[in-house]
Design a protein around this ligand. Structure first.
Ligand SMILES: Nc1nc2c(ncn2[C@@H]2O[C@H](COP(=O)(O)OP(=O)(O)O)[C@@H](O)[C@H]2O)c(=O)[nH]1
Ligand SMILES: [Mg+2]
Length: 142
């Protein structure tokens, strides 16, 4: 299954993409949509600027799971209420990053629930990402 990551610049989408692909964590700002293995890493601009929502929607066609990525540190959210409804027939999950820096994820959970995610997964620098690996690796359908 393919997982598309959506979230503002700096939340940790590329870091997670590289971890899921066991790549070296060399820093790289995503300028375009990156297809790396089963992960689609999208630029922050796609969700920061509503003019790009259409592009996000087109790219989402290749994915079965959409991960809305929110940092536990952020006190604002780029996701409007019910943002998940824009992805028809997709499993939309929330991913909270940087829980190693701030373990209180109440605010991030609230933002993601408002956006309409089905489920929330918390990750941090040294924590396991097995659940996400299972999602994309699981049945290995395409
Ligand atoms: N402490 C901590 N730092 C993280 C985590 N995820 C990403 N970062 C850092 O956040 C910064 C931005 O990450 P990046 O993956 O480039 O974000 P992107 O713009 O969403 O692709 C980098 O310095 C990462 O090392 C995390 O879970 N914990
Ligand atoms: Mg990036």
């Amino acid at each position: 299954m393919k997982l598309m990551l959506v979230g503002r610049t700096g939340v940790g989408k590329t870091t997670l993409t590289q971890r899921l692909n066991k790549k070296n964590l060399e820093y790289k700002k995503t300028q375009m949509v990156d297809y790396i293995g089963q992960v689609i890493d999208t630029p922050g601009e796609y969700v920061e600027n509503r003019n790009y929502y259409k592009a996000l929607n087109v790219v989402s066609m290749d994915a079965q799971i959409i991960g809305l990525v929110q940092s536990s540190l952020d006190e604002v959210s780029v996701f409007p209420p019910n943002f998940s409804s824009m992805f028809l027939n997709k499993k939309v999950i929330g991913i909270i990053t940087k829980v190693d820096l701030k373990s209180d994820t109440k605010m991030a959970r609230n933002f993601l629930n408002l956006a309409g995610v089905e489920e929330i997964i918390e990750i941090g620098k040294n924590c396991e990402i097995k659940i996400l690996k299972n999602y994309i690796g699981g049945a290995n359908e395409n």
